[in-house]
Ligand binder design. Structure first.
Ligand code: V55
Ligand code: FE
Length: 489
C-alpha cells in the first residue's frame, strides 16, 4: 500500500485554492436574464490548479500549474471548457506521477532529474495576437494554445528568434497598429537585472528585441505603452541569486528601496531611456492605462504602500496594513528633475481594466475591483488575501466613481470588456463571480454587466456547471478574430 501525499493545509491549497484536477467541457449553460447578441466570442481565463502535491509544503499559490479556461458565447448560447496547459514541467510531472519541481521560482529546490527542463507554469494571462492564443507567466516564455480545443501546441519563442528567457504576462496590443509590445525581465537568467524590450508586427513576427539593465533585479510585473512611449516600472521587490542558492524565496520587498520609472520612445533605442525617481517602498502590480499629453505622461496604476501579496510581505518581514489606491502619476519628459506628481483617484483596489481600444490613448473610463468592508467575505483567500466584492467604474472626465458591491459571500474576479457595435453604447463587462455555498466551498456564475451602468448590477448570469480554481487574468477575443485563428506551427 502506498501512502498518498496530501496537499498542505495552507491558504495556497484550501478554500478557493482547493485543488480540483479538473479538465472538462460543457454546452448550453443555464442563463438567467438575456445575453446581448453582440456578445459573440470567447472569454479566455488563466486559472491555476496544481496537478500534484507540491514537493515542499511551503510552496505558494503562484507555483500552481496553469489551466486555460474558456467561456464561449455564440447565438445566445454559452459553452465552457478548462484544460491544463501542457508545459514541459506539467508533462515531466505527469510522466512521473508526482511533483518534480520545487518552490516558486527557485530551480535550486528541484529534483535533479529535471535540471534544464522549462519550469514555468504559464498560469497568469491568456492573450491573443495575430491569430495565436497564448498562456503566459513572467518567469518564462508563453505556451501556444489551440483556441478551439484548448490543447497546448507548445512553447512559443518566435521560431527561435527571441533571445530573452522570459516574457511578461502583461503584453500590450496597440489597438490601431495591431502591434504587440512585450518585455521580459530576468531576460538573461535567474536574478539578472536584464530587460528585453520587444516589438511584434501585426502579422506576428518579432521585429525588434533590445536589451538593457534595470537599476536592480525587480519584480516588473506590468509595463505601459503610449502612442509614443514604452514605460518600465521598477519597484523594490528584489531577487538575489545567493538567497536562491540557499533554497530561499525569489522575492523580498525592500521597504526602504528606491523606485524608478523608465521612459523611452516606443520605436526608439533603449539607450534613450529617461529614468525618473519614484517614492521609496511602494509597489504596483497593474497599470490601468497610460498616455501622453504634450511632453507629459500620465501613468494610472493600482498603487500600494508595499507588495500586496501576503507571502512576499511575510518573507520580507513586512507587516503594514494594506493601503493604496488607484493613482495617477504624471511625469514631464521636458523636466525630469521635477519628479513625479501624484494624484489619488480612487480607493484601494486591484485588477484594473480598460476597453482594449483605449490602450495608450487619452481615455474616459476604466474599471477595477475593490473591497466594500460592509459586505466582507470572511473566507480570506487568493493571492491578495481578500475576496474583492466591489466593481468600480472610474470616469476620467471628472474623476467620479460609481460602483456595484455585493456580499458577503461573493468574490469578484477580473472582468473583461466587450465593446458594442453602437459607439454610443459603452459595451459590457463579463465577470466571473465566486459564491460561497458552504465553508470552503464555492459555486461560480459569470455576470454580464453594462459597462457604463455598473451600479445597476448584472443584467444576466451564466451558471457554471463546474467549479474551477481561482482566475488570475482574462482576455476577450471577438468572433471575427477567433475565426482568423492561425493553424500554423
Ligand atoms: C502575480 C501573479 C503571478 C506571478 C507573479 O498577481 C505575480 C500577481 C499567477 O502568477 O507569477
Ligand atoms: Fe498581473
Amino acid at each position: 500500500m502506498t501512502v498518498q501525499p496530501t496537499y498542505p493545509d495552507t491558504v495556497h491549497y484550501t478554500g478557493l485554492n482547493r485543488p480540483t484536477h479538473l479538465e472538462a467541457t460543457a454546452h448550453d449553460l443555464y442563463v438567467e436574464g438575456e445575453i446581448p447578441a453582440e456578445i459573440d466570442g470567447a472569454f479566455f481565463r488563466a486559472l491555476h490548479d496544481p496537478a500534484y502535491v507540491p514537493l515542499r509544503a511551503d510552496d505558494v499559490v503562484l507555483s500552481r500549474d496553469g489551466v486555460i479556461g474558456k467561456v464561449e458565447f455564440k447565438d445566445g448560447r454559452v459553452s465552457c471548457g478548462v484544460r491544463y496547459v501542457q508545459t514541459e514541467r506539467f508533462l515531466a510531472e505527469r510522466k512521473a506521477g508526482r511533483s518534480l519541481f520545487g518552490v516558486y521560482r527557485n530551480p535550486f529546490t528541484d529534483d535533479p532529474s529535471v535540471a534544464g527542463v522549462d519550469r514555468t507554469v504559464a498560469n497568469t494571462t491568456p492573450y491573443y495576437h495575430a491569430g495565436r492564443l497564448f498562456m503566459s507567466k513572467e518567469d518564462g516564455l508563453p505556451y501556444r494554445i489551440d483556441p478551439t480545443t484548448l490543447e497546448t501546441i507548445g512553447r512559443w519563442d518566435y521560431r527561435g528568434r527571441l533571445r530573452s528567457q522570459t516574457l511578461t504576462a502583461h503584453p500590450k496590443i496597440d489597438p490601431v497598429t495591431g502591434e504587440l509590445f512585450l518585455f521580459g525581465y530576468e531576460a538573461a537568467g535567474l536574478a539578472t537585472p536584464t530587460i528585453a524590450y520587444c516589438i511584434v508586427s501585426p502579422e506576428g513576427e518579432l521585429v525588434s528585441e533590445q536589451w538593457f539593465d534595470a537599476p536592480y533585479c525587480s519584480m516588473m510585473h506590468d509595463f505601459a505603452i503610449t502612442e509614443e512611449h514604452a514605460i518600465f516600472m521598477v519597484y523594490p521587490t528584489k531577487s538575489d541569486l545567493e538567497r536562491l542558492r540557499a533554497g530561499g524565496p525569489h522575492w523580498v520587498h525592500d521597504q526602504q528601496g528606491e523606485s524608478f520609472i523608465g521612459v523611452m520612445p516606443r520605436y526608439g533605442r533603449v539607450e534613450d531611456m529617461q529614468w525618473f525617481s519614484g517614492p521609496p517602498g511602494v509597489h504596483s502590480y497593474h497599470v490601468m492605462n497610460a498616455y501622453a499629453e504634450g511632453t507629459k505622461i500620465h501613468l494610472d496604476q493600482a498603487m500600494a504602500v508595499t507588495n500586496l501579496i501576503p507571502f512576499i510581505a511575510e518573507h520580507s518581514g513586512i507587516n503594514l496594513p494594506v493601503d493604496g489606491g488607484l493613482t495617477r502619476w504624471t511625469l514631464d519628459l521636458a523636466n525630469p528633475g521635477a519628479g513625479i506628481a501624484e494624484t489619488k483617484i480612487g480607493p484601494f483596489g486591484e485588477m484594473p481594466v480598460i476597453a482594449p481600444g483605449d490602450l495608450g490613448r487619452e481615455y474616459t473610463r476604466g474599471w477595477y475591483l475593490s473591497v466594500d468592508p460592509t459586505k466582507l467575505t470572511l473566507v480570506a483567500n487568493g493571492p491578495v488575501g481578500v475576496l474583492f466584492n466591489s466593481l468600480i467604474r472610474v470616469d476620467w472626465r471628472d474623476g467620479s466613481l460609481t460602483n456595484f458591491s455585493d456580499g458577503p459571500g461573493l468574490g469578484f474576479n477580473e472582468p473583461v470588456h466587450v465593446s458594442a457595435n453602437d459607439p454610443t453604447h459603452g459595451g459590457w463587462l463579463l465577470m466571473m463571480v465566486d459564491r460561497v455555498i458552504a465553508e470552503g466551498h464555492f459555486a461560480q456564475e459569470l455576470w454580464v454587466v453594462e459597462a457604463d451602468r455598473v451600479e445597476a448590477g448584472p443584467i444576466a448570469k451564466v451558471f457554471m456547471p463546474f467549479v474551477t480554481c481561482e482566475q488570475v487574468h482574462g482576455s476577450w477575443v471577438p468572433r471575427a478574430l477567433l475565426d482568423a485563428a492561425k493553424g500554423d506551427i
